[in-house]
Design a protein around this ligand. Structure first.
Ligand SMILES: Cc1ncc(COP(=O)(O)O)c(C=O)c1O
Length: 509
């Protein structure tokens, strides 16, 4: 039995004095899992990349468990992992038209791949120019993992406006933003928010001219765009055939449908990879050689990725790509019939839509009530990017997209009949009380807030949670939070979310 303390209203479990039986463990795991969305339901348009193939799923589970106890921290003990990784990297290289000299690393997520590319680009910059703060230049639609890498590794990110019509990166604006401090240029194929493709060839020309590292973020597209292209979809080149491309990230745990924890970073030259690895012989212990950010890593995901790539092969991925095109086109047709605005011209399986008729945040909540998981996005007013809803279309949606559109029609009707939401005005009012409006924040103001933050949190944290109805965790309906995100400066919202998430984890809510 567990000993349970009640502390400030939260349940705290201490180390079990008596072990659970196997049955109790499984019961408890199943009970916890009941709270989760079902990744195989076809109702998630968010972060579940589901092939819809039960056979593939079973194979991945088997491959994963066969290798999960092998720690690839020490490459001399489990050499199979080197072979598996070489095969995976070779497949990725062939998809990206890399030559013999190119090398790669298997990582556990797109963020980790990006970290390695950023480290190599930063060190290349330091070698060339000495120590000064290097910058990453990218379209505003670039993934926040670049900001995260920059924060961890001491770089600065310069986000550049995209073309407001196409939502693709604008080469002229990028060119203007590249300076002597630029260490890295990034283009995404596609970007996450809208699924549009940055013009990689044009970006590569700028990178070559200015002699800066150019990273192609194909985390989402790397394992799907080549197959869409083979099927005749209009996908421009974005790989190593383009001179000027230094590195490419691509994630098997997205459109290669592998287990979660699978990404690849490819470098055009092996010296580039040298700058991404970490080696340490300065302590009295074993030699540390880390190709990735993490040190101890299970080989489970590597085995599962090897299994996914070989089980599907080219025919399997082409087949899934056909399903994707069908599902995406069904979704797009439905959205157009319901008079939603499609963001840009979708060429990847990721699409987004906005609306002038209904509140998109309320629509998303209404769909959640019907069991559909969508990703509402705040847009950027100053850059004329409206609020929208992101949809990650996957092969499983070939089955469910008809029902999705039917439910969306009903949800739209319900939201347009509902009284206008006062949440937005409330959120803005809250901002005014705090003397803040969206987008108005400089480093000095932020520094002053950070200086007093610990005291604020101690004094007002619990009341703040209560005021926003967050003391019991995230609400089922997210419209209010989304409105808040839009009404206050992102720096302030980041602090609030940061604090709230700690409380959610503390309480296990
Ligand atoms: C374009 C892009 N790059 C990088 C990432 C980061 O990938 P991960 O979540 O696997 O770390 C994502 C995640 O969605 C992405 O969409």
């Amino acid at each position: 039995m567990l000993i349970i303390f009640i502390l400030k209203g939260a349940v705290v479990m201490v180390f079990p004095k008596k072990p659970y039986s196997k049955e109790e463990i499984i019961d408890r795991l199943e009970e916890y899992a009941r709270l989760d969305a079902d990744p195989y339901s076809g109702k998630l348009f968010t972060i579940a990349f589901e092939s819809g193939s039960e056979e593939l799923r079973e194979l991945l589970h088997r491959a994963f468990t066969m290798y999960m106890d092998k720690n690839i921290l020490d490459i001399t003990e489990f050499r199979s992992a080197i072979k598996l990784e070489k095969d995976i990297i070779d497949i990725a290289k062939s998809l990206m038209n890399a030559d013999e000299e190119a090398v790669g690393t298997f990582t556990f997520g797109g963020t980790e791949s990006v970290f390695l590319a950023v480290k190599a680009a930063r060190d290349t910059f330091f070698i060339k120019k000495g120590f000064q703060i290097p910058e990453i230049v990218m379209p505003v639609t670039g993934h926040p993992c670049y900001d995260k890498a920059a924060e961890y590794m001491g770089l600065k990110v310069v986000r550049v406006p995209v073309d407001p019509e196409t939502l693709e990166g604008n080469p002229d604006a990028i060119k203007e933003a590249v300076t002597d401090n630029t260490a890295m240029l990034v283009g995404s194929v596609p970007n996450w928010p809208f699924g549009t493709l940055d013009p990689i060839k044009e970006f590569a020309e700028i990178a070559e001219e200015k002699q800066v590292w150019f990273h192609v973020d194909a985390c989402v597209g790397g394992f799907v765009l080549p197959f869409l292209k083979q099927l005749g979809e209009p996908i421009p080149d974005f790989d190593f055939t383009i001179p000027g491309v230094s590195s490419i990230s691509m994630d098997p745990h997205k459109y290669a449908y592998s287990s979660i924890g699978a990404s690849i970073i490819l470098f055009r030259k092996s010296f580039n990879k040298m700058l991404s690895q970490y080696v340490n012989l300065r302590w009295p212990g074993y030699p540390i050689v880390n190709p990735g950010v993490l040190s101890s890593r299970s080989a489970g995901s590597i085995a599962a990725t090897w299994a996914a790539l070989h089980y599907q092969g080219e025919p399997g991925y082409l087949d899934l790509a056909r399903k994707l095109i069908k599902a995406r086109n069904l979704v797009l047709d439905g959205l157009k019939k319901l008079h939603f605005n499609i963001m840009g011209s979708p060429r990847s399986p990721v699409v987004a839509f906005s609306s002038e008729e209904v509140d998109i945040f309320q629509l998303s909540d209404e769909m959640l009530n019907k069991g559909w998981f969508l990703l509402p996005q705040r847009g950027i007013r100053e850059m004329e990017i409206p609020r929208s809803v992101h949809l990650t279309v996957t092969p499983i949606h070939e089955q469910s997209s008809g029902q999705f559109i039917t439910d969306l029609k009903q949800a739209k009707e319900a939201v347009s009949k509902a009284p206008p939401s006062e949440i937005g005005e409330m959120a803005k009012g809250f901002g005014m009380i705090m003397g803040l409006t969206a987008g108005e924040m400089d480093y000095e103001a932020l520094r002053q807030i950070m200086n007093k933050l610990e005291g604020y949190i101690e004094g007002y944290g619990p009341e703040l949670l209560k005021a926003f109805g967050l003391e019991d965790g995230l609400p089922q309906e997210m419209a209010m939070l989304n409105e808040l995100f839009d009404a206050l400066p992102p720096e302030i919202m980041e602090l609030l979310v940061n604090y709230v998430v700690i409380e959610i984890y503390r309480k296990g809510l």
